[in-house]
Design a protein around this ligand. Structure first.
Ligand code: C5P
Length: 222
């Protein structure tokens, strides 16, 4: 097939979505943020009052949910059954619970299905935890983006402070560690580096540096 796909995986807050969006923009590919889909489901489960610790109830919520993206000049909007929830999916409550929701095998099967349908026939940059291993194992380029937990917490803290949200560096660091731990130890497609992925350590790199590195790799390999 002649479409191009770029998979970007890595732990929480490593800068994947910022970089992925910029790479997609530079290449005029579509961008899909799969974390936003698990976040949307987590939000909906909380709103419906369903039991987050029950795979069956979470799956039931998912089967009634249509999750959609819309690209705008101001960024990507996220909708669930037509309702815009772009900001709401970034709250602490959602962040605290999303790794549990996304550990359920049946939920993952359904999400991966939807993600594969969404990108069929399109040039795409997709970011998440299992893109290179499960969603697009045949991706033309796979990036595994990492950074020290201190640096990831520091960046998130800066971002929160800049956006006017209350933020505590220590709490952020613990939350990121906890999420990485759940994501990489779950049995259903845990966060791992695909064998053929290129590891990019962004600890001491700027966003533009990372974007440039990835665009160079695209030029070389794709
Ligand atoms: O990328 P983001 O941090 O928004 O993802 C939120 C959570 O969604 C992750 O911590 C992980 O538990 C889950 N996720 C996943 N598989 C993906 C993308 C995200 O399990 N492909």
């Amino acid at each position: 097939c002649d479409t191009v796909s770029i998979a970007i995986d890595g732990p929480a807050a490593a800068g994947k979505s910022t970089v992925a969006r910029k790479v997609a923009h530079a290449l005029t590919y579509i961008y899909v943020d799969t974390g936003a889909m698990y976040r949307a489901l987590t939000l909906k489960t909380i709103k419906e009052g369903a039991d987050l610790s029950s795979e069956e109830e979470v799956l039931e919520v998912l089967m009634k949910c249509d999750i959609q993206f819309e690209q705008t000049d101001e960024g990507q909007l996220v909708f669930i059954n037509g309702e815009e929830i772009t900001k709401e999916i970034r709250t602490d409550e959602v962040t605290r619970n999303v790794s549990a929701v996304s550990s359920y095998p049946e939920v993952r099967i359904e999400m991966v299905n939807r993600q594969q349908k969404m990108i069929a026939g399109q040039n795409v940059v997709m970011d998440g935890r299992d893109i290179g291993t499960k969603v697009i194992p045949e991706a033309d380029l796979k990036i595994f983006m990492v950074a020290s937990v201190e640096e990831r917490a520091r960046r998130r803290h800066e971002e929160n402070t800049r956006s006017g949200y209350e933020s505590d560096l220590e709490v952020l660091m613990e939350e990121i560690k906890r999420r990485d731990d759940i994501d990489s130890t779950r049995t259903a497609s845990p966060l791992v580096k695909a064998k053929d992925a290129v590891e990019v350590d962004t600890t001491s790199l700027s966003i533009d540096n990372v974007v440039e590195q990835i665009l160079d790799l695209v030029n070389e390999r794709v």
